[in-house]
Design a protein around this ligand. Structure first.
Ligand SMILES: [Zn+2]
Length: 260
């Protein structure tokens, strides 16, 4: 009798836990909002150690806006403004990041000379139901690729639109690597960047940054349906009055889409 009671109890405890773990794999976890970042909230919120508990794949930035974050297969990379890429310490914090556990739900080979615009068109046609979030991973060899990073800032922090005026841009040729990122719906505008947002990490882990343009030699794109978004607002940003108002579309485009 006692044994049966324990069995029932065990199932009761384990079942909801198992379900939660499976659901979590399709969840995008986000630290703070783009609106707060645009307003200059670059103070770290969450350690990389803790963020790794929420996902093995994603993008973001680091405390003080010190470079572009790439999280691939559970490993963090920091693409800095001098063009170098380092593996940051687990104790480093991020003011803004977006991660998930990547499972490829769809895969598509990409033709030679596919560029960023063609990739977006292809994905929009094939998978992206406008209105839902997706995680996107492109593995391939790039004939040309252009990325940028952001220089670390000192307090008092300037607005993000001021920082990107000095963003260093890097052009590389014949790079083997992975693009890591998301396609997010227009309804998330201001909370994050609507549309496509990808970061590069090269296979040799020596090159990386926020993707601006590319021409592919050969490659494959994988898409992970990620219909759930969990957002951790920054209490510190809110207390400082940063990111309280909805972000302006022209500012989002200036910092994430276009190069200066
Ligand atoms: Zn970026």
């Amino acid at each position: 009798m006692l044994a049966r009671f324990f069995t029932v109890l065990l199932i009761a405890v384990l079942l909801p836990h198992t379900c939660a773990a499976e659901t979590d794999r399709d969840t995008v976890y986000q630290v703070s909002t783009l609106a707060a970042l645009l307003d200059g909230h670059y103070d770290g919120e969450t350690t990389l150690h803790s963020l790794r508990g929420k996902g093995d794949f994603g993008i973001g930035t680091f405390e003080g806006l010190d470079g572009e974050m790439i999280l691939l297969d559970g490993i963090f990379y920091q693409a800095r403004a001098d063009g170098s890429v380092v593996k940051p310490d687990d104790s480093l914090k991020t003011p803004f990041a977006c991660v998930t556990r990547f499972d490829a739900d769809h895969e598509l080979p990409l033709a030679e000379d596919t560029n960023y615009e063609a990739l977006k068109r292809q994905l929009d046609r094939k998978f992206a139901t406008k209105g839902l979030p997706y995680a996107i991973r492109v593995k391939g060899t790039f004939k040309q690729i252009r990325v940028r990073s952001v220089p670390a800032q000192k307090k008092p922090y300037p607005r993000l639109t001021e920082v990107v005026k000095q963003q260093p841009v890097f052009d590389y040729e014949n790079v083997e690597g992975t693009l890591v990122g998301f396609c997010l719906p227009p309804s998330l505008e201001g909370v994050n960047v609507p549309g496509y947002h990808l970061h590069l990490i090269s296979k040799d882990t020596k090159k990386g940054g926020h993707l601006l343009a590319f021409t592919l030699a050969e490659g494959t794109v994988q898409v992970d349906d990620s219909p759930e978004v969990r957002l951790a607002f920054s209490a510190a940003a809110a207390r400082a009055g940063l990111g309280v108002q909805k972000a302006k579309r022209e500012e989002i485009e200036r910092v994430e889409k276009e190069e200066e």
